[in-house]
Design a protein around this ligand. Structure first.
Ligand code: ADP
Length: 258
C-alpha cells in the first residue's frame, strides 16, 4: 500500500506540474513571480536605511552617557534615514493596496485653479531652499472632477523628482491648462540631468532607477513613477515623458475631468 500511495503522489505531482505549465496558468505564475520580486526588492530597500540607523545608534552607545546628548550628526543622519523609510513604507503600502484593488477612487468636484495654486505653494520654498526655482503657469478656469488625494500624490511625486534631479540654479516649471474642454493637462518641466532614451521606457517600472540617479545618491527608491502611473490609470488618463529643451525632462499628464 506504500507503493500505491507513492504512485498516487507521483501521478498527482505530474498532474500539478502539467496544470502549472499550461498556458492559461502562465499569467498567474508570472504575476506570482513579480510579487516575489516585489517583496525581495522591498525587503532590500528597507534593509539599507535600517542598517544605517542601527550603526548610528550603536556608535552613540559607545560614547559616555554624558556625551550622547551632543551627538548631533548621528542623530540627524538617523533622522534622514527615518524620513526615507517613511516615504518608502508609504509608497509600498500604496502599491500593495493598488495590487489588492482596495483603493476606491473618489472623484470630487474641485476648484482647480485655487487647489493647484495651494498645492504647489510649499514647493516654491522647498525649491528655493535648495537654490532652485519653481515657476507656475496655472490657467484653469473650470471645476474638475478628480480624486484630490491621489492627484495630490501624483503631482508631489513629479515635483519632488523635478526638484531632486535638477542641479542648483535650475528651474522647474509647473503648468496646468484645460485642453479639449474636458481634459486637464499638467506639465512638469525641469532643467535637470535628463533621462536617457534607453531609460525612458523603464522609469515607470517599480524600483527602476537610472544608473545616473543611483550614482548621484539622490536617495530615491524607484517607486514614485510607478505610483504616478497607477494614479493616472485609475483616472483613465495618460502620462508621458520627453526631453525638455535645451535640457532636462518634461512629464505630461492628461486627465479627463468631467
Ligand atoms: P525615485 O525615487 O528613484 O526618484 P521614481 O520612480 O520617481 O523613483 O523615478 C524613477 C527614476 O526615473 C529615477 O530614479 C530617475 O532615474 C528617473 N527620473 C524620474 N524623474 C526624473 C527627472 N525629473 N529628471 C531625471 N530623471 C528622472
Amino acid at each position: 500500500s506504500l507503493l500505491t500511495t507513492l504512485l498516487v503522489f507521483w501521478i498527482l505531482a505530474i498532474g500539478i506540474a502539467y496544470f502549472l505549465s499550461r498556458s492559461s496558468m502562465r499569467p498567474i505564475l508570472a504575476s506570482w513571480n513579480r510579487q516575489k520580486q516585489f517583496s525581495a526588492n522591498a525587503a532590500h530597500e528597507l534593509r539599507t536605511p535600517l542598517t544605517v540607523i542601527q550603526n548610528q545608534m550603536e556608535y552613540m552607545l559607545t560614547k559616555p552617557k554624558s556625551q550622547v546628548i551632543d551627538q548631533v550628526e548621528p542623530i540627524s543622519t538617523s533622522l534622514d534615514e527615518v524620513r526615507h523609510l517613511q516615504t518608502l513604507t508609504n509608497r509600498l503600502l500604496t502599491l500593495a493596496r493598488s495590487d489588492a484593488d482596495i483603493i476606491q477612487i473618489n472623484r470630487q468636484s474641485v476648484n482647480l485653479q485655487k487647489w493647484l495654486e495651494q498645492l504647489i505653494k510649499p514647493y516654491r520654498d522647498i525649491a528655493a531652499s535648495q537654490s532652485k526655482s519653481l515657476d507656475d503657469q496655472i490657467k484653469v478656469s473650470v471645476e474638475g472632477k478628480l480624486d484630490p488625494d491621489l492627484i495630490r500624490q501624483l503631482i508631489i511625486i513629479l515635483l519632488d523628482n523635478a526638484i531632486k534631479y535638477t542641479p542648483t540654479g535650475g528651474t522647474v516649471t509647473f503648468a496646468a491648462e484645460v485642453v479639449h474642454e474636458s481634459r486637464l493637462k499638467l506639465e512638469v518641466r525641469d532643467t535637470g540631468q535628463g533621462i536617457a532614451d534607453a531609460d525612458k521606457k523603464h522609469v515607470f517600472e517599480r524600483f527602476y532607477r537610472s544608473d545616473k540617479s543611483r550614482n548621484a545618491k539622490t536617495g530615491g527608491n524607484g517607486l514614485g513613477l510607478a505610483i504616478a502611473q497607477w494614479v493616472v490609470k485609475e483616472h483613465h488618463g495618460t502620462i508621458t515623458v520627453k526631453d525638455n529643451h535645451p535640457k532636462g525632462t518634461t512629464f505630461t499628464v492628461v486627465l479627463p475631468i468631467k
